[in-house]
Every structure is written in structure tokens, then in C-alpha cells.
Design a protein around this ligand. Structure first.
Ligand code: ADP
Ligand code: F6P
Length: 319
């Protein structure tokens, strides 16, 4: 391939910029030119496409968000949207695309590949909910941010002998909640993947209180929701003053951690290596710290299950 495109799609994630930088510099090193497609698939449909050179990706490795902007593009799922996207690929000479995003973006990449534009996906989402990979770009930064925020909440909860019920992001997945919950020593972690019972949470708070504990943190995934209600039920049942906090988008922004920068850079390199060999329809994945790639169709058909043992570790140690 002589010219490839790169785009970021779906929810932004810290580390996406490091991946874009790696894609651009690797491709140029391999003798290709690179087009930056802005605003995800919308930019492909509308021709919002810019040339990227070595210097256009300077000073971005440490920045959150995505310099290419991102979008959710319902139009891309239509026949008309796909037609416009393909026409623009031809117009700009784009022969292959690196798509950085989540499962939805992978589906778009699969459709583009089927229509003759080979794509390679890179997992970019704070939720870590992509089945084909152990790790997604942005997850580490989001967890570290959530941990820092909960540490701050703990200071005030501890000062007032309160229970703080904190919602972290993850509409369909509880990975941020589970890992943050362990890192902050939460009394309970509630995730959408595992059944829970408010009476058990209350019983655990009561039991822990008897051992001398005076403040409590409950971490709740967005997909479980209802933190105000959970806090009220805890307060009503235990008499412990309770407060609810929704951390929200603070978890999506900020400087990427070393882990996110390194993984993004390695994945960006791996994606371009494939396109340079004319190989598309693949997604990059991480397993046991190594970088692999797998067929995009297979990736979309895999399922990821939460490790119940890790959940058990969280519950056992938070007493
Ligand atoms: P993520 O990539 O983070 O999962 P979304 O699910 O919002 O985010 O998907 C991002 C974009 O990918 C969508 O706005 C749409 O343009 C494209 N996309 C999502 N699902 C499909 C699908 N089933 N077929 C084709 N394109 C899709
Ligand atoms: O997929 C990343 C994520 O931040 C989820 O954790 C969250 O449910 C969702 O995106 C929120 O998306 P937005 O606020 O951009 O619509």
C-alpha cells in the first residue's frame, strides 16, 4: 500500500493520540503516506481528511482525547454512508485504514473491509470490554483517574464517618469498577456482569462496622447505576450517613499513563506492519503482555467473561 488512513471512533480514550502517532511514524518509515480522517466515520463520509507527516504528530503522545476527533456515526451504517466513504477512499487514494475504537468501530471496519478497503482495528476504549484482547487503550489511565478520585472521596468519607457510593464508567462492563474497587479497598463492588443483592451489601457494611471500620466505599459500575438509591437504602438500613457520587467523564480525559502510551505505540506499529504487507480484516490484541492480531470476524464473535476469582478477591480482602 502507498497510502493509508487512520481514524479514531466511538468514545475517546487516553492513549489514542499515542496510537495515531505510532501509526503515522511507522507508516512513513515504511515508505507510505498517511491521511488523518477526522471525526471517525463521519470524516470518511464527508471527506474531512488531512495529510499527516512526522511533525504533525509531535507533542501529542502525552495528551488525552484524540487530535483526530471522534464521533458516533449512525449514517455510516447506511448504504448511502458506506458508498460515500468508499468514494472518498478512492478520491484520497486511501488503500487501507487503521481504525482505533471499540467493538462498534470494529464492525464498521469489517464492513469497510468487505467493501474492498482493508482495515486493521486497534482496541481503544476505557471500558476494556473488547473480547479479543486482554487490554484496551485508555483502560489503565481511566482506572488510575478513578482510583485517585475515590482516594479523595475517602478522605472526606473518613472524616465524617460516612459511606460513599461511587459510580465509575462502564455501561455494559464492570472492569473499571472491579479493578478500581480492589485498588481503593472498597467494601463492595457492584458490576453488571455479576448478580448482587443490596441486603448482602448492607450485611457486609454491618459486619465490617462491628470490627471497628467507620467509613465505607462502595464502587458501582455505570451499568448497574442507581447510586442515589443505593446510598439511601444503605443509610436507611444502617443509620450510616451515605452520599452518592458519579465520577463521569473525568475518567475519559487526562494524560495517558505509561502503560497506555506504550501499549498504544506497540499496537499502532503492529497495525501498520499488517497493512504494509497488504493484510487487512484483522484486529490487534494483547495477550499476556504480547501483541498479536486476529481475524476481525473471529474477534467480533468472541465473548469476554469477567474473572469471578478476581471478584472474589475483591470481596474477601475488603473486610
Ligand atoms: P465503540 O467503537 O466505542 O464501540 P460505537 O459502538 O459507538 O463505539 O461505534 C462507533 C461507530 O462505529 C458507530 O457510530 C458506527 O459508525 C460504527 N458502527 C457501530 N456499529 C456498527 C455496525 N453494526 N455496523 C457498521 N458500523 C458500525
Ligand atoms: O465506552 C466508553 C464510555 O465512556 C462508557 O464507559 C460510557 O458508558 C460511555 O462511553 C459514555 O459515552 P458518552 O457519554 O460519550 O455518550
Amino acid at each position: 500500500m502507498k497510502t493509508i488512513g487512520v481514524l479514531t471512533s466511538g468514545g475517546d480514550a487516553p492513549g489514542m493520540n499515542a496510537a495515531v502517532r505510532a501509526v503515522v511514524r511507522t507508516a512513513i518509515d515504511m515508505g507510505m503516506t498517511v491521511k488523518g480522517i477526522r471525526r471517525g466515520y463521519n470524516g470518511l463520509i464527508e471527506g474531512d481528511i488531512v495529510d499527516l507527516d512526522i511533525r504533525s504528530v509531535s507533542d501529542i503522545i502525552h495528551r488525552g482525547g484524540t487530535v483526530l476527533y471522534t464521533a458516533r456515526s449512525p449514517k455510516f451504517k447506511t448504504e448511502e454512508g458506506m458508498k460515500a466513504a468508499i468514494e472518498n477512499c478512492k478520491k484520497y487514494g486511501i488503500e487501507g485504514i487503521v481504525v482505533i475504537g471499540g467493538d462498534g468501530s470494529y464492525r464498521g471496519a469489517r464492513d469497510l473491509s468487505l467493501n474492498g478497503i482493508p482495515c486493521v482495528g486497534i482496541p481503544g476504549t476505557i471500558d476494556n470490554d473488547i473480547s479479543s484482547t486482554d487490554y484496551t487503550i485508555g483502560f489503565d489511565t481511566a482506572m488510575n483517574t478513578a482510583m485517585e478520585m475515590v482516594d479523595r472521596i475517602r478522605d472526606t468519607a473518613q472524616s465524617h464517618f460516612r459511606c460513599s457510593v461511587v459510580e465509575v464508567m462502564g455501561r455494559r462492563a464492570g472492569y473499571i469498577a472491579l479493578h478500581t474497587g480492589i485498588a481503593v479497598g472498597a467494601t463492595a463492588v457492584l458490576v453488571p456482569e455479576i448478580e448482587w443483592d443490596i441486603n448482602e451489601v448492607i450485611a457486609k457494611i454491618e459486619k465490617t462496622k462491628k470490627t471497628g471500620k467507620q467509613h465505607f466505599i462502595i464502587v458501582v459500575a455505570e451499568g448497574v447505576g442507581g447510586v442515589e438509591d443505593i446510598a439511601k437504602q444503605i443509610q436507611d438500613a444502617t443509620g450510616i450517613e451515605s452520599r452518592a457520587t458519579i465520577l463521569g467523564h473525568v475518567q475519559r480525559g487526562g494524560r495517558p499513563t505509561v502503560r497506555d502510551r506504550v501499549m498504544a505505540t506497540r499496537m499502532g506499529y503492529a497495525a501498520v506492519e499488517l497493512l504494509n504487507q497488504g493484510i487487512g480484516n484483522r484486529v490487534i490484541c494483547a495477550r499476556s503482555g504480547e501483541i498479536y492480531n486476529t481475524d476481525i470476524y473471529e474477534a467480533l464473535n468472541m465473548t469476554k467473561t469477567m474473572d469471578k476469582q478476581v471478584y472474589e478477591v475483591a470481596n474477601t480482602t475488603s473486610i
